[in-house]
Design a protein around this ligand. Structure first.
Ligand code: LLP
Length: 426
């Protein structure tokens, strides 16, 4: 068990969280290495080893300090980056360039130059405009870029509106109208600077139903048929994105097999009937790797009871280290880590310290009776927490500690006030 309660205290991957709070200060992001490794092992067993010619490209946007880049590489996975910054992090961590793929709807020329110079494995191209920039760069540098086109399959998926991406009205990807997508594919196939490799889609995030992935797979196979018919070209790779849902409170997390087996069945059947070798299949999980591996520790400060209304329990972080409740009305749960076995007699609202009424981390949570100085742990904060952190109100971004089998190591130092001001000029 990654999360345990011993002697009234919350333990995480064998470490006493109250001792971590004491040692490193709060707020603090804590990640279980065993949890991350375990997710990749599940993917290795149920996807990579079960189906030949498949790859996992971890979506760096979920959580990607240098130590995570190294761990992803050690676990034998590829990585999907979406900015020059993420790309630079991967390279700095020693990630093999050919195992990096680059997504994004508006990559700058400079970012594309970086990617081509490093010789990364794949660029997932979002438009014809991007394709021509890549061609120009490759012409100048006498290189060839391997690309996939990201398309918008035009499917609906049920998740928060801000994190669904597969519908046609989206800033991501190329619409699937024949007259739009086919000329782009032709331009890529014909270009001496481009190694056109396949098609990519991503339908949305935090999904518990495989319906939208399956619908999108059907649509992409239809496109594959048209590409073959028009240009005699067989796709070499299909990338079905990420989006696999996780448990924040009590949502029932589905296995990777639940999503991937029927996708693979569809793709295998399609190519078996054509008598053509199936293209590689790639997935890009982010949240499902990092979310449950992370918790955030806070120290409780002011406790304010408004009789007949509610009690606010303030912690020493908030929307600056976890914007998700304010941005997506995301729901979390947590526990007083130093009173983990005590009866939960109180119902209160956990709020942050930012000058913003919306800075509420958890509404109406049952907890043991809190006091200033208690340590409060929020669960499943590992994805899109640290990566979306900000310096609002000039709050420093917390540090990150990796824990494994009872040992802890700091992998990101907490910011200091001087760090925040480093680039300011007086
Ligand atoms: N691939 C592509 C092209 C993506 O756009 C995304 C997520 C992923 C993979 C990874 O999806 P995941 O497995 O993590 O669901 N900040 C939001 C989530 C934004 C997701 C954006 N794209 C949140 O905190 O919920």
């Amino acid at each position: 068990m990654i999360r345990e309660i011993k002697n009234n205290k919350l333990y995480f991957d064998g470490c006493d969280t109250t001792a971590l709070a004491e040692k490193y200060g709060t707020p603090l992001y804590v990640y279980s290495e065993n949890d991350i490794i375990g997710r990749f092992e599940e993917l290795r067993r149920d996807f990579i080893e079960k189906y030949p010619n498949t790859r996992v490209a971890y979506a760096a946007k979920a959580f990607f300090p240098l130590a995570m880049a190294k761990l992803v590489d050690q676990c034998g996975m590829c990585v999907d980056v979406v900015s020059g910054g993420e790309l630079y992090t991967a390279i700095k961590a020693g990630f093999p360039a050919e195992k990096i793929e680059f997504n994004g709807n508006n990559k700058s020329r400079k970012e594309l130059e970086m990617a081509i110079e490093y010789g990364i494995g794949r660029i997932i191209v979002d438009s014809l405009q991007e394709l021509s920039i890549i061609e120009e760069i490759c012409r100048e540098k006498n290189k060839k870029a391997r690309i996939l086109f990201r398309v918008t399959p035009g499917v609906k998926s049920s998740s928060h509106d801000y994190i669904v991406t597969g519908k046609k009205d989206s800033k991501f990807g190329i619409p699937l109208d024949d007259e739009i997508v086919l000329p782009q594919v032709k331009a890529a196939i014909d270009s001496p600077y481009i190694d056109f490799y396949g098609i990519h889609f991503h339908v949305g995030s935090q999904l518990f139903d495989n319906g939208s992935h399956l619908q999108a797979t059907d649509i992409i196979l239809k496109l594959a048929g048209k590409i073959k018919e028009n240009f005699g070209y067989d796709l070499k790779e299909i990338n079905v994105g990420g989006g696999f849902g996780v448990t924040y409170v009590d949502e029932e997390r589905k296995s990777y097999s639940y999503f991937l087996d029927p996708i693979m069945e569809k793709i295998d059947a399609y190519y078996a009937q054509l008598g053509v070798q199936r293209p590689n299949v790639v997935i890009e999980p982010g949240r499902s790797i990092a979310a449950e591996a992370g918790i955030t520790l806070y120290t409780v400060g002011s406790i304010k009871e408004i009789p007949g209304i509610r009690t606010y329990m303030s912690v020493d972080g908030g929307m600056t280290d976890n914007i998700r409740p304010a941005l997506y009305q995301a729901v979390y749960t947590g526990v007083l880590a130093n009173k983990a076995e005590e009866e939960k007699t109180e119902v209160l609202t956990v709020c942050g310290k930012c000058c913003e009424s919306g800075d509420i981390l958890i509404h109406d949570l049952k907890v043991a009776k809190p006091e200033a100085g208690d340590i409060f742990a929020v669960f499943s904060t590992g994805a899109y927490g640290y990566t979306m952190a900000s310096n609002y109100n000039k709050n420093p971004i917390p540090g990150v500690v990796f824990v494994k089998d009872g040992a802890d190591r700091l992998v990101v130092k907490p910011q200091t006030y001087d760090d925040i001001m480093k680039n300011e000029i007086l």
